[in-house]
Structures are given as C-alpha cells and as structure tokens.
Ligand binder design. Structure first.
Ligand code: GLU
Length: 291
C-alpha cells in the first residue's frame, strides 16, 4: 500500500489537513506500506514558496513522517507536457480562448458547486479560426473534449472505500466524467491543471490508495477517465468528510481556521493533538461534516 498527502502551498495547514495527513500515514503504516508527501505547487498565482517550508514544519511538528523525498510538481512539468502531447495526438484536446467572464456570461452554463460547467464554446471553433487565434498568440487553456474521451474509454468504474479507513470493503462506483464537462488540463497561467498533474503523479509515485477530502469526490470521476486514457493504474479512493468550523462552514486555509502553526504558537502539545485528532476529538468549535 502506498498513500500520500498532497497539499497546495497556498497557506498554512489547518487541523483538517493535519487530520487528513495522519489518517493517510496511519493507513499505510497499518498495512506495512509507504506514505509519501507531494507539494502541488504549479498554481503560480496562488502557490507561495514560503508556505512550502511552513507545511513541512507543521507536518513534522505534528509527527507526520513521510517516506522518500518530497515530490514537487513544479519539477515535473515535462511529464505533464508529454501527457498533454499524447492527448493532443488522440485529438482529445482543444484550445479554449474564453475568459472567466465569457464562461460565466454564456447562456445555459449551469452553476455547479465546483464551479461552472464549460458550455463548450471553443469546441465548436473551425480549424481555420483556431489556427488564426493560435497564430495571433491569443492566450488559451487546453480543454478535454469529454464526450470524445468517454466514447474512447467506454464505461469505467472506480473503487470507493468507506470512511473511516478500515470500515469495510470498497464499493464500485460508475465513473461519470461527463458531469464535469470539458475540464481544463492546461491553464493559461499554469502548464498543467490539478486534474492532470494529480493523476499523473499518483501513478508515478505508485500510490495505491488515495485518501482525501470529500470536496474532491467529483474530481475522482475525471481522474479515473485520465487514467484510462493514459494507461495508468487506478488507485482506490477514500474521501473523508471535511471538518467544519463553528460557523458550520468547511475549514479553509484563508480565514479564521485553526492553523497548526497557531496551535503550536499557543503551546499545544503535538503528541496530544495528534492523539486527539486520531480519536476524532477536534478542537473546540470544530466538527466533522457529512460525507
Ligand atoms: N492539492 C489539493 C489540495 O490541497 C489536494 C489534492 C489531492 O489530494 O488530490 O486541496
């Protein structure tokens, strides 16, 4: 078994991150497997190098110990580029010149909790128009033609383990990547999107069990599709409920959530905190959300 924790360095970690990392580590250790750390630092608009050191420090303080080197996505851009080339050769990618405002304004774009489903505007461009805009150097992202991709892979399944770890056997879930629409695989401002880099890296790191928050449940349908297209093995997935703050909203790096660094500064005992988190005893005001 190989599990991993894959934070984005967009802020300091909160107790929910610590809880998630401990669970992933414990799951691997209980099975005699390995636990790895990957820093998802390709979002150059939000990632900050100074947060990387903070994340490593906070995890070590809490007693989270990983096997092998820390993997940095920013050092793996050539792999993402190679996968994009492969998908382009399959004629499954198209350049998208839309701005965020264009997408929001386009009629019939339903609003999903995860964001907006892309209405497919640039999928319909003629080859000539596409070539003209590319030649003009218009900024563009690359999107996957999801219907084309699905017709290539046929129906797919992935395995979901119940929460908490060890609670029972996995269940097969029918993958529904079409629900996500034509997601972005390479952004205007980043050489790869989360979906692509995460899927490729989980495979490259030999991850067999992905434990992550329930907010990424929908992403798993897309990841399963990418695995099938790129001949990658499919790990099993365990999506844990998110921790909620006193206001009933999920903890976030940005606001008022209990950062591990704050608890440390207040003199918290990390061994005690880790034991509490493992037992599902969360700091005052924090509760377990619904799965
Ligand atoms: N980097 C993502 C985040 O911090 C998590 C990715 C994953 O676990 O798949 O939300």
């Amino acid at each position: 078994m190989v599990t991993r924790f894959a934070p984005s360095p967009t802020g300091r970690l909160h107790v929910g991150h610590g809880w998630s990392a401990l669970m992933a580590m414990d799951m691997a250790r209980a099975a005699g497997g390995a636990f790895r750390l990957r820093i998802e630092d390709i979002d150059c608009t939000r990632s900050r190098p100074e947060h990387v050191a903070g994340i490593v420090e906070d995890l070590r303080w809490l007693g989270v110990a990983w096997d092998g080197e820390v993997i940095f996505q920013s050092e793996r851009l050539d792999r993402y580029e190679a996968a994009l080339r492969r998908l382009r050769e399959m004629r499954l990618l198209y350049p998208c010149f839309c701005s965020r405002a264009d997408i929001l304004a386009s009629a019939g774009a339903p609003h999903e909790p995860e964001g907006t489903i892309y209405p497919g505007t640039c999928r319909a461009l003629s080859d000539a128009e596409r070539a003209r805009r590319m030649a003009a150097g218009d900024p563009h992202a690359w999107r996957i033609d999801m219907a084309g991709a699905v017709s290539r892979t046929g129906s797919l399944h992935w395995t979901a383990l119940p929460f908490p770890p060890g609670a029972g056997p996995g269940a097969a879930i029918a993958a529904d990547p079409l629900a996500a629409g034509d997601v972005v695989l390479a952004r205007k401002d980043a050489p790869a999107s989360y979906h692509l880099s995460c899927t490729l890296d989980d495979a490259a790191m030999g991850v067999t069990h992905v434990l992550r928050g329930h907010d990424l449940f929908a992403a798993t349908h897309v990841h399963r599709l990418l695995q099938a297209l790129l001949d990658l093995p499919a790990p099993v997935y365990l999506h844990h409920p998110l921790l909620l703050g006193a206001d009933g909203r999920r903890l976030a790096k940005r606001s008022g959530s209990i950062a591990l660094a704050d608890l440390r500064a207040q003199g918290a005992d990390p061994a005690r905190l880790a034991a509490d988190l493992r037992a599902g005893r969360f700091p005052v005001g924090i509760s377990l959300g619904e799965a």
